[in-house]
Design a protein around this ligand. Sequence first.
Ligand code: UT7
Length: 319
Amino acid sequence: MFSRITGTGSYLPKKVLTNQDLERMVETSHDWIFSRTGISQRHIAADDESTSDLALHASRRAIEAAGIDPQQIDLIIVGTTTPDQVFPSTACLLQNKLGIRSGGPAFDIQAVCSGFVYALSTADQFIRSGQSKCALIVGAETMSRIVDWTDRNTCVLFGDGAGAVILQASETEGIISTHLHADGAYKDLLSVDGGGCGVKREGDPRVIMDGSGVFKFAVGVLDSIVEETLSANNMQKSDIDWLVPHQANIRIIQATAKKLGLPMERVVLTVERHGNTSAASIPLALDTAVREGKIKPGETLLMEGVGGGFTWGSALVRW
Ligand code: UT7
């Protein structure tokens, strides 16, 4: 038994924040942001819009694309680092908003920017083992709620959004393999100073990052995960038709494409318009490429991402 992606959907909040808008908020420039990251704009959730709302819109579109009845969904996994509440999980809130009463499990996965790959891998295991037939997997984030809008080192990088896929049991191969890793020794390179139930502290939780440390770590582990994914499947670089990477920084993406020997035309790029939407970025990029008609049946896609923790992972997918 295999699992296959049978529908994709995504959603971006209406409000757009451009680099020019940011020039009026912090000491920065469009040229600095664009040349260092490839980002021109990002979307920002409205005050009354939560992560589960973004997830709901993206999920409805994925359900429609797959042509399924929502009641068929027997597993919901949401990758998010910006849940609506400590509990219930965003997945349970989403299940309720979708009116799904199948009783199937629903839970969140917290792996920051690797959240979607972690969620896809977990759902794939559920389907391969026969525990689930039809899963809804979402990456959804309101990063704007944990960004320090006075810190130019971080506030220019992130955006809000959601992407979703329907993953169904299939006799033909879809998800070929997934590879997940973590190393908590790097916890201080990228973190949020609070927001959980740790020791008491003052003030709102905010993203803290050692940008160049993250950059070096990301390029290194993505390099090795490309090798690991290809060798696990006895594949060559030339077998990859599309790279669907986590969209954090165009320079990190270019380094992975170079490693694969892939021309940039074969890399799905949304970082310029979406910024870094953490767990939402891969399914947002995937849905964008699918709706543009770029990805054809039978093609092989490599998804990869790295995020705070550190966590990193890849998924090799036959379309
Ligand atoms: O999903 C994972 C999430 N995080 C990432 O992917 C981040 C990975 N890292 C990066 O993308 C890059 O390291 C950054 C884009 C964050 C920074 O690029 P960089 O080429 O590594 O620049 P830098 O950190 O070496 O900073 C260079 C200078 C510094 O000034 P000084 O100390 O050299 O005078 C910064 O203060 O740029 C300054 N700077 C800015 N200047 C204008 C930092 N942020 C800004 C800004 N506008 N927004």
